[in-house]
Write a protein that binds this ligand. Structure first.
Ligand code: AMP
Ligand code: ZN
Length: 470
């Protein structure tokens, strides 16, 4: 199965060709763990998970590496500001190590709840300081660094291809650049590889290095750790679109300057999730988390469905109305699948029609992850009366390998949903609405009415489940 992916480097959709037959080395920039991940961050991880699932579905073995930024990410992209971790620790009165552990755990709870497959390697920056020091030494030996004001800088003038990913026009940048806050820099776009001179003297995370006691810059961690786990050349590097102009641009510069080789073949970027006020961002402090969505009565998989309904390369406007539609659609899928019974046909028993749906689905998802179109194929297949229930179950399982909506785990309902009286279904809907509004008294009232009519309703991860009382 061929896979086509949009490569930010070429700005075109390209056929994916791995470095090693049948294997994909995949690196995704992980979270900066100074606060909860917001649902915008999580959109990016859902996109990366979809990419990984598509590659696996197409027969590749994927080695997925993700870092945890627990040091060095300053509040400003241009090396200005305070370390985000140190700032969070200072504000909350906890140690940076506690902060990192707390938010890393919270991050993976969200990750798991969204049914995102965990990376094969999760690498916290603070445990790979030696790899970073080694890489900086290599850059130093190659003449790509200078020390000024106690910090080690990467000199972008030593790397002529600087800015290719972002298509930066360096002449414009130089002439139009504002006076940089850091007067040590020879070029405003130079960036710090190692800080020994922090304006925040109480910095808790510090390590010895050939340049003095200090801590690494943010960009060096991704170069050092990705190369450590995936080799000096690997297949795909991804992240959010905001990483293109500075973070990924600097990662490429330091990696390729160190090795003298092309580093990564495909660069993929997820577009933003927008809130009413524009890009959802952690630093603005105004953002939605998975917990808030759960408090509103949504299942995390509703959010996954919401994200899969848009292409990862377009901005997605968050709204509760959109979430309601996603929830209704997902529960509709669950209901339909539950009514198919538990047994799935075997691959050998799939009809030409069933295979055609699978091929159509593959054609979409392998074409730059067109999940919205993949979902519509799933719906059409389920509505098709020309397929047996067991065959539909098989095709659902097949497609869910990519969609990750836990559809293959849906248990058959003892009755088909169409067998429940409309009056009962209406009460179930009203109860769900009341719960969403946190109107617990009404929710209890509706539950009692459902019981009086001879049915029980249970809340399951897949939504409310209705049973006739025995
Ligand atoms: P951070 O934890 O801030 O380092 O961000 C984690 C990931 O989320 C990065 O890949 C960012 O590019 C991405 N990201 C940040 N904001 C958004 C957003 N509003 N929508 C989608 N992705 C985002
Ligand atoms: Zn990174």
């Amino acid at each position: 199965m061929k896979v086509y992916l949009y490569n930010t480097m070429s700005r075109t959709v390209e056929e994916f060709k791995p470095i090693t037959e049948g294997f994909v080395g995949l690196y995704g920039c992980g979270p900066t763990v100074y606060n909860y991940a917001h649902i915008g961050n999580l959109r990016t991880y859902i996109f990366e998970d979809t990419l990984k699932r598509v590659l696996r579905h197409a027969g590749y073995k994927v080695k997925h590496v993700m870092n945890i930024t627990d040091v060095g990410h300053l509040t400003g992209d241009g090396d200005e500001g305070e370390d985000k971790m140190a700032k969070s620790a200072r504000e909350s009165g906890r140690s940076v190590w506690d902060i990192a552990k707390f938010y890393t755990d919270a991050f993976f709870r969200d990750y798991d709840s969204l049914n995102i497959i965990r990376p094969d390697v999760v690498c916290p920056a603070t445990r790979h300081i030696q790899q970073m020091i080694d890489l900086i030494k290599r850059l130093e030996e190659g003449g790509h660094t200078y020390v000024a004001g106690g910090n080690v800088y990467f000199s972008i003038d030593t790397f002529p291809a600087y800015g290719r990913l972002a298509r930066l026009n360096l002449d414009d940048l130089k002439s139009g650049a504002r006076i940089d806050i850091d007067s040590n820099k020879r070029n405003p776009k130079d960036f710090v590889l190692w800080f020994t001179n922090s304006k925040f003297g109480e910095q808790a995370m510090m390590w010895d290095s050939p340049w003095g006691r200090g801590y690494p810059g943010w960009h060096i961690e991704c170069s050092a750790m990705s190369m450590y786990y995936l080799g000096e050349q690997f297949d795909i590097h991804c992240g959010g679109i905001d990483a293109i102009p500075v973070h990924h641009t600097n990662e490429i510069a330091q990696s390729e300057a160190a090795t003298g080789k092309k580093w990564v073949n495909y660069w993929m970027h997820g577009e933003f999730l927008l809130s009413d006020k524009g890009k959802m961002s952690k630093s603005s402090g105004e953002f939605l988390t998975m917990s808030v969505l759960k408090e509103h009565g949504y299942d995390p998989l509703d959010y996954r469905y919401f994200c899969l309904g848009a292409t990862y390369r377009t901005q997605l406007q968050f709204s509760y109305q959109g979430m309601d539609s996603a929830r209704t659609a997902r529960l509709g899928l669950v209901e339909r699948i539950a009514s198919l019974g538990d047994s799935a046909a075997s691959a050998a028993d799939i009809s030409e029609k069933g295979k055609a749906y699978m091929d159509q689905f593959d054609g979409f998802v392998c074409n730059d992850l067109a999940t919205a179109r993949g979902l519509s194929v799933l719906w059409n297949m389920l509505k098709d009366e020309g397929l047996s229930n067991a065959e539909k179950r098989y095709v659902v399982n097949y497609m869910d390998q990519v969609l990750g909506l836990k559809l293959s785990e849906v248990k058959a309902s003892s009755q088909g949903p169409q067998d429940f009286p409309a009056e009962v279904l209406e009460l179930v809907e009203k109860r769900a609405q009341a719960k969403k509004n946190k109107d617990w008294a009404s929710a209890d009232l509706f539950r009692n009415q459902i019981e009086e009519l001879g049915y029980t309703v249970k809340d399951t991860p897949a939504g409310p489940s209705l049973q006739k009382k025995m």
